[in-house]
Design a protein around this ligand. Structure first.
Ligand SMILES: [Zn+2]
Length: 641
């Protein structure tokens, strides 16, 4: 049998499939997608304690403590695959605490009452989505096994169910809306330790899950964008990177349900789904090929350290090396299943989960300093021939290596069955990595420390539905005669109310310029616009309104605030006055010394600079003067020819 040829045929088929990207017939494949959106709420305090919801820099941490994961059988259910695997990985968790961390977050004190502000925001969102609201909120504990909660579980409460949104004249069902506590942020992770930061733990978030009724990647992205718009319309959610995350459930008819966690950029949501479909199709192709070859997996872990006793490979030298044999898998372990990711990458993900650096497989050899000679020796040692694939791991901790290889054997055996159900992590390029098996169903139990909260009809009736951003955009275009793009930028910003307030006595285009266009322009010049707050915009708009500065001066004042946010209105006016004076002074000076400037050209700079500083020393920064003078000389020379 000519194996090399069958391998390259298989590879070719997958490549052909990649080239049809965007032309995949999702309907025929029976694609089903459900989205889960997690959005942090902009409340003053956390969900179960009164600590602030501000994020901290980990360098501000003033103490830390650590925990080991210990789970009781009754809590995890005996058959929970995900929990079992996590225990096998046995890690130590270190928590970075701050001067704002309290005993609730450290799990040294029971949780306080449910945050009412967060509950009201959740109810508001439920009303917008036309959902049925529960009569009583019961807080539940959801098992979390990766250490991202100090308690070992995440508290979650169902607030509403059964709503819908309309996208592209399609109605997509919203299954549930839950109020949850945010988990810790992962800072770092080594072989046996994961470090978390406690500032994010307990920030309230809403989790909104659609029904799995979405049938194309494009529609999924539109649904996510619409939900995001609805959430921001409340004006009560946090903004910026990491404050909203999407999880996606993807399945195709012959594949399996896969949960992809942590999509931060909604713009690549469609790509992630496409790539997942390609991965599942590729795995099905591999199964077909394996069936044809009558492939199988040897259920044995081999110590092959002595084969590499004299190796020059840095990865294997002076380490334990262990191997498994995949009979008749040759060529398939190196086969691409997503752009840039191979079946071998899936095995490597597992190894990394167990704290190892990755794997080496025979399809990629010779590589990493491992020679063909050594590969031949390895094949002989393992009694494996050219048709077989070999997977190697190296390390110091034998138990860890054995556990990882045992899982890789299981994973390889599953190649003969098809696509495993699992939880995966979204990568920035649209591909995904293996995270853990899909958790079992029995992961929730009641949180007995928090009494149920009754939701009365009055409570729900009192909550007003806000104007949706998309409707606000239409109104702005109509009322203020500004472009749709500009209207969207303003309507979607947190200063939209400020815009409406000032647009009643300053031309709307000028207000929009101050609030949106000018800040984005000076940001490109390198100014730190993060420093700008409502107070600053109010000062500028008031000054324009009172004719204290010209509208062209707004940009200059914004720059001053970026560099010095503490400045008062009086200080700004003083600086603007000096600025006007100095501009005039420079031009008068150039005119007065016309002949000198034309003769000396750029060499006129130094003597003139001395003249100006005599007048303005202490009132304005010398660097600013120098820049202004240089610019003025350039312009003067251009004008005078
Ligand atoms: Zn607290």
């Amino acid at each position: 049998m000519n194996l090399r040829q069958t391998n390259s045929e298989a590879v070719l088929r997958v490549l052909v499939m990649f080239s049809t990207l965007g032309k995949i017939d999702y309907e025929k494949l029976g694609l089903k997608v459900g989205i889960e959106i997690h959005q942090q709420l902009d409340t003053k305090t956390k969900l179960f304690c009164s600590c602030p919801t501000t994020l901290r820099d980990v360098s501000e941490s003033n103490f830390e403590f650590f925990r080991y994961l210990r789970l009781k059988k009754s809590e995890i259910g005996e058959e929970d695959r995900a929990a079992k695997e996590e225990i096998l990985r046995s890690k130590r968790f270190v928590y970075k605490a701050f001067n704002t961390t309290c005993l609730v977050e450290a799990d040294e004190e029971p949780p306080h009452e449910l945050n009412q502000e967060a509950l009201k925001i959740a109810l508001e969102i439920a009303k917008i989505l036309g959902m049925k609201i529960v009569d009583e909120v019961h807080v539940m504990r959801k098992i979390v096994i990766d250490g991202s909660n100090t308690t070992g579980f995440q508290r979650t409460a169902l607030i509403a169910f059964d709503g819908e949104i309309e996208v592209d004249s399609r109605k997509i069902g919203i299954a549930t809306l839950c109020l949850e506590e945010e988990a810790c942020k992962k800072i770092d992770s080594t072989e046996d330790t994961t470090i978390y930061s406690l500032d994010r733990l307990g920030i309230p978030l809403v989790e909104i899950g659609t029904k799995p009724e979405i049938d194309s990647p494009k529609l999924a992205k539109k649904v996510a964008l619409k939900l995001g718009m609805i959430l921001r319309s409340t004006g009560k959610v946090k903004r910026g990177l990491g404050t909203i995350r999407q999880d996606v459930n993807v399945s195709i008819r012959d594949g399996a349900r896969v949960e992809i966690k942590g999509v931060q950029d909604v713009e690549i949501l469609d790509k992630i789904i496409e790539y997942e479909v390609i991965r599942q199709l590729s795995l099905l192709k591999i199964r077909e090929e394996l069936e044809k070859r009558e492939a199988w997996v040897k259920d044995e872990i081999f110590d092959v350290t002595e084969v590499f006793s004299e190796t020059k490979s840095k990865i294997l030298r002076n380490k334990k090396v262990k191997a498994i044999v995949l009979k008749k898998f040759a060529g398939l372990v190196g086969m691409e299943i997503q752009p840039g990711r191979r079946l071998g990458t899936e095995f490597a993900d597992i190894a990394r989960m167990f704290g190892l650096g990755g794997i080496i497989h025979s399809d990629e050899l010779p590589k990493y300093g491992i020679t063909l000679e050594e590969l031949k020796k390895l094949r002989e040692y393992l009694n494996a021939d050219e048709e077989d694939a070999i997977v190697l791991v190296s390390g110091k901790d034998e138990e860890r290596m054995n556990r990882a290889l045992r899982r890789i054997i299981e994973r390889a055996e599953f190649c003969l069955i098809g696509v495993p159900e699992e939880t995966r992590k979204a990568n920035e390029d649209g591909t995904t990595s293996y995270l853990r098996p899909l958790p079992g169903a029995a992961r929730m139990y009641p949180e007995t420390d928090i009494p149920p909260v009754r939701i009365t009809k009055e409570m729900v009736d009192q909550i007003e539905i806000p104007e949706l951003i998309e409707n606000r955009v239409k109104r702005y275009v109509r009322e203020y005669k500004i472009s749709k793009d500009l209207a969207y930028a303003i309507a979607d910003s947190k200063y939209y109310k400020l815009f409406e307030e000032y647009a009643s006595f300053i031309p709307p285009t000028i207000v929009a310029r101050v609030l949106h266009i000018a800040p984005s322009e000076i940001k490109k010049e390198g100014y730190n616009v993060e420093n700008l707050e409502e107070r600053h915009y109010r000062i500028i708009l008031d000054m324009i309104k009172n004719n204290e500065i010209a509208k062209e001066g707004a940009e200059e004042v914004l720059k001053m605030f970026c560099e010095n946010p503490e400045l008062s209105k009086e200080e700004i006016l003083e600086r603007m006055k000096v600025k006007v004076d100095i501009d005039k002074f420079i031009w008068d000076l150039l005119e007065r010394n016309r002949k000198f400037v034309l003769e000396k050209r750029e060499y006129a700079f130094k003597p003139l600079m001395g003249n100006i500083m005599k007048e303005f020393r202490g009132k304005i920064d010398g660097k600013v003067v120098a820049e202004k003078l240089k610019k003025a000389i350039d312009e003067f020379l251009k004008k005078e020819g």
